[in-house]
Design a protein around this ligand. Structure first.
Ligand code: GUN
Ligand code: ZN
Length: 430
């Protein structure tokens, strides 16, 4: 039996609201065989007989649940921060050529291992990830996550039109490869499959329908795609889709508007689309870093929340410019500021932990320190960034400290990352 007692300052959200946050100046997290056994103030553990020297003790660090990235593309790591273009040109000039390199299986394997390594170094313990259209790229990613007992949801991208030949699949191969991957990986360890039509621009109606059929056959998988990211994209779709009604209708008509569908971006939706998204139960993935970088627009967080649409938040690397969910929360704040709304830091950290877990139907497994949850957590060390360390000396409330972490922090603050009870990343002596 493996046991760990991790003692630190600690924060989590025990309930499905950011206002019920639980912060302790001195808490212990007891982990047994990879799962949370108990989380409580240190004095409760000690009065129950725990010897303090059994604890791993990090008095100046902040312990919190692992961060969850709701939308990221692993083959795009090498094209982060590619200059000059908005979405459609960026796809053509940078993204598609980068993804074509994944035709080489060895290349895909190396990139997958490196990506998982990067995620844990950024404090991300679960990610909803797009592979490329090559079956073996998703295979490689699942293998790399499985080797670290990571909870990861991913899918091979489906795309059968409007892209270079060397990254296109067909309705038949896309369906067969996806089904092969579902049978091989979905439910293995902590892995899950997301049926992943890239977006309406690169999948024919037949392919979208075949994706929907596949999801209907395996209803505990997920669907992930992109929706209404950029105005030129919208105009282009209008010109190529027969009987175009609106963007969301394309997915709805194909049968892809489900409660387990994660729609990346959702920036330029009409009122009709918003109400249909709400009625069909889909999830909107807010990707602020990407939206700022590509100049796509401002995600209307308040309007989407106001509709009652579940919101998840993600980096969208490689259009997002960091794999850090901390800096992504900072970008979310900036996007909201541009719409005269100040995103509360407690709300932001709720989103990146339990909020994402809940929106993505995983809150029975991950997202906080409630007993029985999988022990995925991180330690943040403000001393790793001199400016952060200086600034938080003046903070009197955890809310203010969190705000510094999201506005000024990134992967450098992540001291340690634990997946299912085991330390998978430890920052070296600085
Ligand atoms: N729309 C279709 N494909 C992509 C992609 O790879 N990234 C982003 N940001 N938007 C997309
Ligand atoms: Zn994306």
């Amino acid at each position: 039996m493996s046991q760990r007692f991790v003692r630190a300052r600690a924060l989590h959200f025990p309930e499905l609201t950011c206002s019920g946050f639980d912060y302790s100046e001195d808490a212990v997290l007891h982990i047994e065989n990879g799962y949370i056994k108990r989380f409580a103030p240190a004095r409760s553990f000690f009065s129950d007989g725990l010897e303090p020297d059994v604890c791993e003790h990090y008095p100046n660090m902040l312990l919190m649940p692992g961060l969850i990235d709701a939308h990221v593309h692993f083959p795009q790591v090498e094209i982060i921060a590619s200059f000059g273009d908005q979405l459609l040109d960026w796809l053509e000039h940078y993204t598609f050529p980068a993804e074509a390199k994944f035709a080489d299986q060895q290349y895909a394997r190396a990139a997958a291992a490196e990506f998982i390594e990067l995620l844990v170094a950024h404090g991300t313990t679960t990610a909803f990830t797009y592979a490329t259209s090559h079956c073996h790229s998703a295979d490689a990613l699942f293998e790399a996550a499985f080797a670290r007992s990571m909870r990861l949801v991913a899918g091979k991208v489906l795309m059968d039109r409007n892209a270079p030949e060397n990254i296109l699949d067909t309705v038949a191969t896309g369906q067969a490869d996806s089904e092969y991957l579902i049978k091989k990986w979905h439910g293995q360890g902590r892995l899950g499959y997301a049926v992943t039509p890239r977006f309406a621009g690169t999948s024919s109606d037949q392919q979208l329908q075949s994706a929907a059929e596949l999801f209907a056959r395996y209803p505990d998988t997920w669907v992930q795609t992109h929706l209404s990211e950029n105005l030129a994209e919208l105009a282009w779709l209008q010109s190529i889709v027969d009987d175009f009604k609106d963007y969301f209708s394309i997915y709805e008509q194909a049968g892809l508007a489900t409660q387990r569908s994660v729609f990346g971006h959702c920036i330029h939706l009409s009122d009709r689309e918003l109400s249909r998204l709400k009625e069909t139960g889909g999830i909107a993935a807010f990707c602020p870093s990407s939206n700022l970088f590509l100049g796509s627009g401002l995600f209307p967080l308040q309007a989407i929340r106001g509709e009652g649409i579940p919101v998840a938040i993600g980096t969208d690397v490689g259009a997002g410019t960091s794999l850090s969910m901390l800096s992504t929360l900072g970008d979310a704040y900036r996007v909201c500021q541009l719409q005269n709304f100040a995103l509360d830091p407690l709300e932001a950290f709720y989103m990146a932990t339990l909020g994402n877990a809940h929106a993505l139907h995983l809150s029975d497994r991950i997202g906080n320190f409630c007993a029985g949850k999988e022990a995925d957590f991180i330690l943040l060390n403000p001393a790793r960034n001199a400016l952060v360390a200086k600034r938080i000396k003046t903070s009197k409330h955890i809310r203010d400290e969190l705000f510094c972490y999201m506005m000024m922090g990134d992967d450098r603050l992540v001291e340690q990352t634990t997946l299912l009870g085991d330390i998978q990343f430890q920052r070296g002596a600085g």
